[in-house]
Design a protein around this ligand. Structure first.
Ligand SMILES: *Cc1c(COP(=O)(O)O)cnc(C)c1O
Length: 389
């Protein structure tokens, strides 16, 4: 084992102690009313499309995220799919997305029959870099009335999707400036950033539409689920319609006025979510305490740097990240092997989207920082329970 591998394993152990078994990257905590609320659904027979918990989860999430409207759906991916449609993305359009993201972001663009157009990340946030985006748009974007056209492909650029990587907010102000200059709608992929804020404002509230994920590995889980957030009442009404098979309200008739989606979150999942959401303040405190311990443990390790939240941000530290210094980046796989051999579930960043076979031929900006970060990122065990120990 190399010195660097030994340091990585020793410092993680210093933070999390020596619990038994393999330490997961991120596991949920069920310490609230989960059993009671799920049992209530079963007792009343409201497990699916009826019941009060969907409305309650929507209202509580909207409140927490500073949005006027929230629509609960079956996955974060489904939330993104519908959010793109609500933003006006049409078949054949291009949508600007980070290459450094989970595959769902690019897949959702594809489900909308649009084309992901990859842009670079920022070393200070790990998310979309507004300055690089602005410089790139100067080169490739033409205005045609209200539309922005990629002059290299002739296609419309219909939206930009920033993603708050591992819960760390992107440079929201910078992005808002670029998006406003070109009048490109922002669809915010806040799947990882529930509870994170930027200059006091919650992630999920910055774009025309924001989306969350309640997958099992996220900070709050419904088993599987997602949420669409917006200020716009008309978009919210249309979003609810699209995600509930576009059925027209009627006492008994089944009439649908367009091709909708069966994306409604079941009541059973929403009940779990209500119990989880009530614990978010506790989870946030535990995760920030854990991050502070990682920061302390790694502050004097040569070759490894703990990634801290960007300036102006209060991050949920969904996943804690160690950056391997550039000169050791070729040791990444050996470090991952050593940590996983030691029972510590550590993971690299996602393979960047522009290198996946289905997206390799999509348009893209220069991606030097994405390439660099993909070599340098290691995510380390980050469950809230570790911060409470
Ligand atoms: C988790 C996640 C999603 C949505 O995932 P689902 O499993 O569909 O809920 C979308 N984007 C990012 C960046 C994510 O991490």
């Amino acid at each position: 084992m190399s010195d660097l591998s030994r340091d990585l394993v020793a410092r993680i152990r210093e933070v999390i102690g020596d619990p038994k078994g393999v330490i997961p990257l991120h596991e949920p905590t069920f310490a609230g009313e989960e059993w009671a609320l799920v049992k209530d659904c079963l007792d009343k027979g409201w497990v699916s499309s009826g019941g009060k918990y969907v409305d309650r989860l929507e209202a509580e999430t909207a409140d927490l995220c500073g949005a006027s409207h929230a629509i609960a759906v079956v996955t974060g991916t489904a939330a993104l799919h519908v959010a793109l449609l609500l933003a006006g993305v049409e078949p054949g359009d291009e949508v600007l997305v980070q290459s450094l993201t989970f595959v769902a972001t690019a897949n959702a663009v594809n489900y909308a029959r649009a084309i992901p157009h990859f842009v670079d990340a920022d070393r200070l946030t790990l998310g979309l870099d507004p300055d690089a985006l602005a410089a790139y748009l100067t080169l490739i974007a033409d205005r045609d009335g209200e539309r922005v056209i990629n002059r290299r492909t002739g296609r419309r650029i219909a939206a930009v999707v920033p993603m708050h990587t591992f819960g760390h907010p992107v440079d929201v102000d910078g992005l808002a400036r670029v998006a406003a200059e070109y009048e490109i709608p922002v669809v915010e992929d806040a799947a990882e950033a529930l509870g994170s804020t930027f200059r006091g404002r919650p992630c999920g509230s910055f774009g025309r539409i924001g989306t969350l994920s309640f997958n099992g590995n996220k900070i709050v889980t419904t088993g599987g689920g997602g949420m669409i957030l917006t200020e716009d009442e008309d978009l919210a009404r249309f979003g609810k319609h699209l995600t509930t098979t576009a059925k027209l309200p009627h006492r008994w008739a089944f009439v649908h006025d367009r091709v909708g989606f069966n994306y409604r979150l079941p009541n059973l999942n929403a009940a779990l979510g209500c119990a989880q959401l009530a614990q978010l303040p506790r989870f946030l405190a535990a995760k920030r305490a854990l991050a502070a311990r990682y920061q302390e443990a790694f502050h004097d390790v040569a070759g490894l740097t703990f990634f801290t939240e960007p300036e102006g941000a209060c991050s949920n530290y969904w996943l804690n990240t160690i950056l391997i210094n550039e000169e050791h980046a070729d040791e990444r796989d050996a470090l991952l092997e050593a940590a996983n051999d030691a029972g510590l579930m550590c993971r690299p960043a996602w393979e960047p989207m522009h290198r996946l076979p289905m997206y390799a031929n999509c348009p893209r900006a220069p991606l030097p920082v994405t390439e660099e970060l993909a070599r340098r990122i290691i995510s380390v065990p980050s469950s809230a329970s570790l911060g409470e120990a």
